[in-house]
Design a binder for this molecule. Sequence first.
Ligand code: G1P
Length: 317
Amino acid sequence: MEAMSTNETTAKNDMMQHHRITKAVIPAAGMGTRFLPVTKSIPKEMLPIIDKPVLQFVVEEAIASGIKDILIITGRGKQAIENHFDFNPELEYFLERSGKETLIEHVRALAEKCQFFYVRQNEPLGLGDAIKHAQPHVGNEPFAVLLGDTIIEPHVNNPPGLQQLIDIYQQKQASVVSVHRVPDDWIQRYGIVEGKAESEVSPDLLRLHRLIEKPQPPATSSNLAIAGRYILTPAIFDCLARVESGFGNELQLTDAMNLLVQKEAVYAFAWQAKRYDIGDSVEYTKCFIEYALRRPETAQIVREHMQQLLNESPEVV
Ligand code: G1P
């Protein structure tokens, strides 16, 4: 193989540089009605898994995937989110004075690692509308989207969820969305994708030809559900401008992506990662218990307590 000239190498590096994913958008403006009454004053994204809000898991995944610029789409009553990711000098001073300096790193770590920006969605008009609000910030660059109510845990030894999508974007230079196979009776709860595996070598990577938001049977035979992480090219904004309200009378990102597949290649990656959809109280509870059973400080005690509960009143538990 012929070696590249310095100019060619520089041009290639420039191109890769130009197409690097540096910005992430986290929609967190939903009303959280499934979690009322707690969501009257606490954003659902701030519900804790023991002592860490769900949204912090999402932000940490973005940072671990190399993102340094995060735009959070918020709305009415979501001030707790801004406060959480900001510095809090009074609290730090208090911790220092009371000999709890070790806790300081927990309260300031993220604000040092990345820059946070906020934009408010004035009305809850859907995920598509939320992403439209990101256009002035992301401009003409590809960007990542992480749903603020979904925790993704990669399979052992795999990179963080978003990093896996960024790697595919680097190869394909095209939009890519993560999907999971779901049972038939869950199909109506998600955005569903239809596509074809590009090759036998990578059967988990599909080129898409149709996406449908919360399809009613028998609208699709696919069971591949969009799982909360996306890399999108800026062409999505034209598509968002062209779609009308869809499922639930909301502007759906899935509908805009369904237009995008007609303009350019869009991929889905059926990953091995584990996903917790915290917008659902059962999933939230499962996630909480799993973390409690995994954390060294709580694991043993919680396990014993659960065993005791099951022994005492198996019919209740
Ligand atoms: C949104 C998307 C849907 C996706 C889901 C993942 O739906 O519209 O396509 O499958 O997130 O959690 P929502 O959960 O907001 O109804």
